[in-house]
Write a protein that binds this ligand. Structure first.
Ligand code: HEM
Length: 456
């Protein structure tokens, strides 16, 4: 890759006749199938000249762009603005020095000590969640909603040391409304006009949902102010004690509240969806369930595993990785090119929007033979060694890599083996949810799974 173009780079292939209106329509309808179709027809680097955009499915180019996320390829201001107007500001939407300082506050999340401090609370939430599902045995359970509630409870406990219990349901509903509103702002060209004219019903729903979430975030902050223990180094205590190195100022209450609301969303939606997908895939593959049970029986037995124990469950990890590959919860990331660059004889324009399609990467037939087949053995140590190092990046890579990746693993790799130890998940043979690209990957209709108690 070079930023000083050599002998006449050319435009990558792509549909030259795709108008901005067609593009907007496709993005509103389903960017996952749109990007997949473009890669199939034109290859791993596709140019859409009329909107100055590129769709990338090539692992080397992915790596290059994501590693250069703070200088050469920055986050798109238009998309970030849509998020900001819906959720408020936060780490994921910042850039430059502001981002660097905020990112440092997240450093505890990568430490094992931090994860272990939440162990008891996490084990309790897992137990209560599995108990709660007992009463739904034998009838289809909305796994998408159930897993989002689980992920919401874990996130608030893990990040802010608060058990929100039954409030999780209210939060998930309100965040679903913010998700729909943000998609509307980003993908619907009439949105701003309708909002300004006061004719947007979506905007009214958004205002109510946002007030609920602001209220919950403010309560968490107020309760912390009354405590003497101050959360023992959790993420909230990092936010509340941080000081700007140049001005010495603390984060304002509003800044903390917005960071919390954005995190409520980021920490529950992709996690909930990926857990629901994992259970769905397992229901379709009872032979994989048997292997998870057998590994658990050999390595853990009848006790509740600790967080440290999870490293013993190597097959469980392969299963979760394969689920993240087949059903990547973030289907695409986007960046803007700061300068014109050349890649393997192709020109990438300045100020272009670059869509890095994780969905395409994880289904690339050159990297993943029979890409639609769910096969956890792809992640055996031998098979993984032989693969391109950037073929699998569910959590992104480079400086902007996911701040919650370790947390996702813990909450998922603890819940799933205990779930299949206690229940047998099944799905009706004609139930085929399909992936729809919104802000994250969603499945339509919601994933429904029937659980049956496993006889000892
Ligand atoms: C299966 C679940 C999840 C997936 C697949 C996922 C995926 C991602 C990806 C791909 C990015 C990078 C986006 C980019 O480069 O444009 C990201 C960023 C981020 N994620 Fe996650 N995420 C998940 C769960 C979580 C959780 C539980 C948290 C809670 C702490 C979290 C917090 C964040 C934050 C704060 C960022 C922004 C990082 C930055 O810009 O420096 N995510 N996530």
């Amino acid at each position: 890759m070079s930023s000083t173009p050599s002998a006449q780079p050319i435009d990558p292939p792509g549909p030259r006749d795709l108008t901005p209106e067609d593009f907007n329509h496709q993005m509103r309808d389903n960017p996952i199938t749109f990007f997949a179709g473009l890669a199939k027809a034109h290859g791993s680097l596709v140019f859409l000249p009329q909107v100055n955009a590129y769709v990338v499915s090539d692992p080397d180019l992915f790596a290059h762009i994501l590693r250069d996320s703070e200088r050469g390829f920055v986050k798109s201001p238009r998309i970030m603005e849509g998020f900001r107007s819906s959720f408020g500001d936060g780490l994921a939407l910042m850039g430059g020095e502001e981002w660097k300082q905020r990112r440092q506050l997240y450093s505890p999340l990568t430490s094992q000590t931090y994860r272990v401090r939440s162990q008891e609370a996490l084990q309790r939430i897992v137990d209560e969640t599995l108990d709660e599902w007992q009463s739904s045995c034998g009838v289809p359970l909305n796994m998408t909603a159930a897993m989002k509630r689980y992920a919401m409870r874990v996130a608030v406990e893990f990040l802010f040391s608060v058990d929100i219990g039954d409030e999780a349901s209210k939060m998930v509903d309100a965040l679903d409304t913010l998700h729909a509103y943000c998609s509307y702002l980003i993908f619907d060209s009439k949105a701003r006009e309708e909002i300004a004219a006061g004719t947007s019903a979506m905007h009214d729903r958004f205002t109510r949902a946002r007030a609920i979430l602001d209220g919950i975030a403010q309560n968490i902050i107020d309760e912390r102010a009354k405590e003497t223990a101050q959360g023992g180094g959790d993420l909230l205590s990092m936010f509340l004690s941080a000081r700007d190195p140049s001005s010495g100022q603390r984060m304002s209450e509003r800044e903390v509240r917005e960071e919390l609301v954005l995190l409520f969303f980021q920490a529950h939606d992709p996690s909930g969806n990926s857990l629901a997908c994992t259970v769905y895939l397992l229901a379709r593959h009872p032979e994989v369930i048997e292997r998870i049970r057998s590994e658990f029986a050999r390595k853990i037995g009848d006790r509740m595993p600790s967080i440290k124990d999870l490293s013993k469950l190597a097959y469980m990890r392969q299963v979760f990785d394969e689920s993240l590959r087949v059903c990547p919860p973030t289907y695409s990331m986007s960046r803007i090119s700061v300068d014109e660059v050349e890649y393997r004889g192709y020109r990438i324009n300045r100020d272009a929007t670059i869509f890095l399609s994780q969905w395409n990467l994880h289904h690339h037939p050159d990297l993943w033979p029979q890409p639609d087949v769910f096969d956890p053995d792809r992640f055996s140590p031998e098979a993984s060694k032989a693969r391109h190092s950037c073929a699998f990046i569910p959590f992104g890579m480079g400086p902007r890599t996911c701040a919650g990746a370790q947390m996702v693993r813990v909450e998922s790799e603890l819940l799933i083996p205990l779930l299949v130890k206690r229940y047998q998940p099944t799905v009706s043979p004609d139930f085929e949810p399909y992936p729809r690209g919104r802000l994250f990957t969603t499945w339509e209709p919601d994933i429904e799974v029937t659980l049956q108690p496993v006889r000892a």
